[in-house]
Ligand binder design. Structure first.
Ligand code: SAH
Ligand code: DHB
Ligand code: MG
Length: 222
């Protein structure tokens, strides 16, 4: 496919559905200045997370993989001022940048950034008997996606939506002989999403500035 055309369409859609947003632009600038990788969701994908959160009336959101807080700003805006978003990040530098971006976005009271391995944080949450979440966005190390899905289900109620980023990775997921643990984790989690009777799920391929990838969306139905 013509990649220039895809990029132009991505720009056009972002201009149409997002437009100029100084807060988001500052968040990306601060992230770049601090040397964070440019792997946040795209503008239209962020807006999609925002639309989904509003569609289900989300009040409690869990994010696995914060980076500089770009997707957290999109989702936090959907639940402010009375909701709560907990986002999990292993890299203290990323978490620090996210904290600054979220404070600047006026979401200081809405978003908690937990530093540490997400599996440790999730186990801690499990021990303390956390309230269920209405939306879970899984976007960290792909190898652990099956484990993150398990925790997401544990912290869910019927009606909870689970969204997972990067489920296509330029089509590498087609290789069932792959030795890449991220590919194995993604293939396993896609099979779970497609077969777990508690879930009604689908996945879409995505294109744009972030390249060929995909997004899975699952609804907890029981
Ligand atoms: N959701 C973000 C992008 C996340 S990028 C956005 O769209 O704006 C993935 C993030 O997951 C990185 O910041 C990385 O440091 C973090 N991460 C990787 N492994 C992790 C782990 N085991 N536990 C918690 N965070 C992890
Ligand atoms: C990459 C992209 C992502 O959206 C992510 O969450 C992790 C890694 C990447 O392109 O490497
Ligand atoms: Mg991602």
């Amino acid at each position: 496919m013509n990649e220039r055309l895809i990029d132009h369409v991505d720009d056009y859609l972002a201009a149409t559905f997002v437009g100029n947003d100084a807060t988001l632009a500052h968040a990306l600038e601060r992230s770049q200045r601090a040397g964070l990788p440019a792997i946040a969701v795209s503008a239209v994908q962020g807006k999609l997370l925002h639309v989904l959160a509003r569609a289900i009336g989300a009040k409690r959101i869990l994010e696995v993989g914060t980076l500089g807080g770009y997707s957290a700003i999109w989702m936090g805006r959907a639940i402010a001022p009375h909701g709560r978003l907990i986002t999990l990040e292993i890299d203290p530098r990323h978490a620090q940048v996210a904290r600054e971006n979220l404070d600047e976005a006026g979401l200081g009271e809405v978003v908690e950034v937990w530093i540490g391995s997400a599996l440790d944080s999730l186990a801690r949450m499990g021990e303390s008997g956390t309230e269920p979440f209405d939306l879970v966005f899984i976007d960290a190390d792909k190898e652990n996606n099956p484990r993150y899905l398990k925790w997401a289900l544990q912290f869910s109620h019927p009606g909870t939506m689970i969204v997972m980023d990067n489920v296509v990775r330029h089509g590498t997921i087609l290789d069932d002989d792959s030795t890449d643990p991220d590919v194995a984790g993604t293939r396993t989690v896609l099979e779970l999403l497609g077969s777990d009777p508690r879930l009604c799920a689908s996945a879409l391929q995505t294109v744009g500035h972030k390249g060929h990838d995909g997004l899975a969306i699952a609804l907890v139905v029981q």
